[in-house]
Design a protein. Structure first.
Length: 322
């Protein structure tokens, strides 16, 4: 399995007569396993693996794993004919699958420069990702409801493409649509403009654009599966939510929309972002009653926390999901 951590994402987007340019993404790689390299004395073949004894066997019948007292007190690989020790080298297998032996500097796992998806081209100096133009202008009015909901869930979910997270977002959006009296997700996107960040044309959310424009990116099929699950009233991983927050809740802190309106965790396991609950509001509601927080958590999946309106808030005259 290959493990890669994204340590830097592009912070700005540039447009020009030639299209768009964004800063490349730096993927930090790290050592995951000690490996050996043995050079076959006759053929020059490089034998690579994590077990020296197996490597010795791979060289053929003329080589054996053992101790030759006159040469070494430790097991090693030897030539059957000459009893010469076959010298190997220790190195690292890096998290992106590369062999650190060939890196410069030697035996280091190096950062990799890449682009957000296949619609971009990495520049020769690897500083930027360039594409001629946006592949399309998303048109929620003229796509199927399944595609619109899949794009919303894909755009709002974390790049690690967790199906339950996407499905939870899709179910929460579908519940919000019904509560607002809209006939479709398409109408929700078009008329409830501040509901989701990804669907706001000003945000130019990469993942939302990719799915709406038919770019084959990782996790797209999971997003479609999540949309179908919600539209068919399947498993609700959001557990009754109408709203959600991603890592922006942690990044924005006290400036976050949800923080200013108050929230409380119904279960500590929902707090997957390790954020602090805001102080009690003690705010007067529509009917004069007081409430301490507006939102109550319903679930926490991957990098998304799900919410519904609290019973305290509803008791002041509020309506769920509105």
């Amino acid at each position: 399995m290959r493990f890669i951590l994204i340590t830097f994402f592009f912070s700005s987007m540039f447009t020009s007569a030639h299209g768009e340019k964004v800063s490349s993404i730096s993927l930090w790689t790290y050592p995951v396993e000690v490996i050996y390299i043995i050079n076959h004395p006759k053929t020059g073949e490089m034998v690579i693996g994590s077990d020296y004894q197996d490597g010795c066997n791979l060289l053929g019948e003329q080589y054996f794993w053992g101790i030759v007292p006159s040469r070494s007190d430790r097991p090693a690989c030897y030539s059957m004919t000459s009893y010469n020790m076959i010298i190997g080298a220790d190195t690292w297998l890096c998290s992106d699958g590369t062999n650190a032996y060939y890196s410069v500097p030697h035996n280091f796992c190096l950062d990799i420069k890449t682009c957000p998806d296949n619609s971009w081209t990495l520049s020769e100096d690897e500083k930027y990702c360039i594409r001629e133009d946006f592949p399309c202008v998303p048109d929620p009015e003229n796509v199927s409801e399944e595609q619109a909901l899949a794009a919303l869930a894909y755009g709002e979910s974390h790049w690690t493409n967790n199906y339950k997270e996407m499905a939870g977002i899709a179910s929460a959006a579908h519940r919000r649509m019904k509560a607002k009296g809209f006939k479709s997700i398409n109408e929700l996107i078009l008329k409830d403009e501040n509901f989701a960040y990804a669907t706001d044309p000003k945000s130019k959310n990469e993942r939302y654009y990719n799915l709406m424009c038919g770019i084959d990116s990782p996790g797209v099929q999971l997003a479609y599966k999540a949309a179908r699950n919600a539209l068919n009233d399947g498993i609700d991983y959001s557990n009754g939510a109408c709203f959600w927050d991603g890592v922006d809740l942690k990044v924005n802190g006290k400036r976050a929309y949800r923080y200013a309106r108050g929230f409380k965790f119904s279960d500590v396991h929902h707090n997957i972002l390790s954020v602090a609950e805001p102080p009690s509001l003690k705010r007067r509601g529509f009917n004069g009653k007081f409430y301490e927080y507006t939102y109550m958590s319903t679930s926490g999946i991957n990098k998304t926390i799900f919410w519904k309106l609290s019973n305290e808030f509803l008791a002041t005259g509020g309506k769920q999901c509105i």
